[in-house]
Design a protein around this ligand. Sequence first.
Ligand code: FES
Length: 112
Amino acid sequence: MSKLKVIFVHPDGTEQQVDTEQNVTVLQLAHELGLEMEGACEGNMACSTCHIVVDKKDFDRLPEACEDEEEMLDLAVGLTATSRLGCQVLLTDELDGIRLFLPKTTRNMMGF
Ligand code: FES
């Protein structure tokens, strides 16, 4: 299976380019790499700690967020027009070269 390239931009502006297998989520990849993405609810759209900001030029390549994802994003710190939940973004061929910004802070909405 072919790999795809993903570029993470850290809060301090440094870029990290990685190659990954397809069909893993951004959250899974971030955990593999040891990046600071908590994922407290393990992908159940209940925490918003996997918040990422997608580069504007890449955003339209993603499938649209479902209603549950939109609702959880509304509670995320620093929400932007191109915010997504990392646990809901599946990395596929179509997303090769995508740039993802890691936010400075996230908010854990579990238990609220
Ligand atoms: Fe909790 Fe994504 S891991 S919303």
